[in-house]
Design a protein around this ligand. Structure first.
Ligand code: GLU
Length: 504
């Protein structure tokens, strides 16, 4: 049987890094097994639908290089891939469940349900559910006569279809990560399968579509584990039990301190991204930063995500996509949540920047430099990259670590020069600019030789004038070799920057 997996997001907003990790694990599993990876858009909850979210999800997958084999855009043998366009398919299955006595019509108004929930609450903390005990108190086809039900349906009375959970039945599931799991059916509520607007809920749609799309393995977030018994029963009640996919419920990605699920708010609070790419909420206009715009390389982001909850046991941390495909093993995914560590994420990016060829880095760094200067020369950019890449962790660092190559810097460490300034230093630099005007060849070696010769001739310690020279060129106490900087910015600019300090 051909392996077929799916990523089934609801288009409700930005794509959380946990969502991208789910895509990745699906993708790796499909590729390792010669299978198909399907993108299905679960947009049956019209109330939560957000304009632009579907396109955003597809753009994120594209950025990460996780291309689906079948999708709403690419099409495929099981079109359509948007659940809202499959609306007509679900009703017959809900009806089949009703006819077989596994589901029932419920006519209760939201107010009636609310009243029941508060009047029959179990304790002061939790309201009652619509379940095996309370359904007998409600207006549904289990409590009404067949005639009453038929009349309400004929009159077009708003209604939903609910699953009829069996009483005290153990529902079992074998999870690829967690092993055997058992649930007591009585503690699960009678979930709505078909809503009053005729749309299925997630619970019905996920089972019907996984069946119709011949999904063999379903990987999804751990938050769906409590609903799993409903899905297992639906597979059984619809007569498809032998086609049920193998499940894997992926562990949560936790806050850095390990307390609770990592949320968008944690990112805002702690200053790191939680979404794959920038997400602009179309209703509020709020912009949430993404890993892409923060300057992560997609390969680094993907590698980091692969290791959030999985490793191959060898201690290796850097894996190319090909290696991940070969080594990834879903049964080695940890059961416990994985703590997100932004410093570690940055470490991955630093590693990837070091291994990316310079001409590719020049392309990647250019937009961040162009935020500050127009049209930096290609030849200069290419020479700058190898000089500073080891100091760069995120792509904007190419500006922070290299701005002085492109524009005259603001001197932020002036005191480090002026506090220890003396006549000897003044004499050195005043003399040196004359020498610089006339040195034969403008390259780092010749510039350094001229610097050394003059320092020796004047009897001044090189160590006393190196730092001032660096600050004159860079503005601060950082940067690559100072003579290499002088070479790249050119004679005129070097002399101008020295004069800018000594003539003050
Ligand atoms: N639509 C569900 C979600 O967005 C998908 C869960 C699943 O993969 O079954 O979380």
């Amino acid at each position: 049987m051909k392996v077929r997996v799916r990523f089934a997001p609801s288009p409700t907003g930005g794509l959380h890094l946990g969502g991208v990790r789910t895509v990745l694990y699906n993708y790796l599993f499909a590729r390792a097994n010669g299978g198909d990876f399907i993108l299905r858009i679960e947009d049956t909850d019209q109330g939560r639908f957000v304009e632009g979210a579907e396109q955003y999800i597809m753009d994120c997958l594209e950025w990460c290089g996780l291309r689906p084999d079948e999708s709403p855009v690419k099409g495929g043998p099981h079109e359509p891939y948007r659940q809202s366009e499959r609306k007509h398919l679900y009703h017959q299955y809900a009806k089949q469940l009703v006819d077989a006595g596994h589901a029932y019509y419920a006519f209760d108004t939201p107010e009636e349900i609310e009243k029941m929930r508060t009047e029959h609450r179990k304790d002061e903390y939790s309201n009652a559910q619509y379940d095996t005990t309370t359904r007998v108190l409600m207006r549904n086809s289990l409590t009404l006569s067949a005639d009453e039900t038929a009349k309400l349906l004929a009159d077009g009375t708003p209604h939903v279809i609910r699953i009829k959970m069996p009483e005290h039945t153990t529902v079992q599931l074998t999870d690829m990560i967690r092993g055997e799991i058992s649930f007591d059916s009585s503690i699960v509520d009678d979930k709505v399968l078909l809503k009053a607007d005729g749309m299925p809920t997630y619970h019905l749609a996920v089972v019907v579509d996984d069946y119709l799309m011949e999904i063999t393995h379903a990987f999804r977030g751990e938050e769906w584990l409590p609903s799993a018994p409903v899905h297992v029963l639906l597979w059984q009640y619809l007569g498809w039990k032998d086609k049920m996919p193998q499940w894997a419920h992926l562990p949560l990605i936790l806050k850095p301190d390990g307390h609770g699920k990592l949320s968008k708010r944690d990112g805002d609070r702690l200053g790191f991204p939680v979404f794959a790419m920038n997400w602009k909420d179309p209703k509020t206009g709020d912009l949430t930063k993404g890993f892409r715009e923060m300057g992560f390389l997609p390969q680094a982001f993907v590698n980091m995500l692969a290791l959030l909850g999985w490793n191959d046991g060898s201690g290796q941390e850097i894996f190319s996509m090909e290696e991940l495909i070969m080594r990834f093993d879903i049964s080695r995914v940890h059961k416990g949540g994985a703590k997100f560590d932004f410093e570690k994420a940055k470490w991955f990016n630093h590693q990837y920047i070091q291994q990316t060829p310079d001409d590719e880095l020049a392309v990647l760094a250019r937009p961040y430099i162009e935020e500050h200067v127009t049209a930096p020369a290609e030849a200069l950019l290419k020479k700058v990259i190898p000089l500073i890449k080891d100091r760069c962790t995120l792509l904007p660092d190419f500006w922070a670590q290299g701005h002085f190559f492109f524009t005259t810097p603001e001197i932020t460490e002036r005191a480090a020069i002026t506090d220890k300034w003396n006549d000897q230093k003044q004499a050195f630099f005043s003399e040196w600019i004359y020498k610089l005007e006339s040195i034969s060849q403008w390259d780092a070696v010749t510039i350094e030789a001229s610097f050394n010769d003059l320092a020796a001739a004047q009897g001044i310690k090189k160590g006393d004038i190196m730092l001032p020279f660096r600050i004159m060129l860079v503005g601060g106490k950082y940067g690559p070799g100072v003579f290499a900087i002088a070479e790249l910015i050119g004679r005129e600019e070097t002399v101008k920057r020295i004069k800018g300090i000594i003539n003050k």
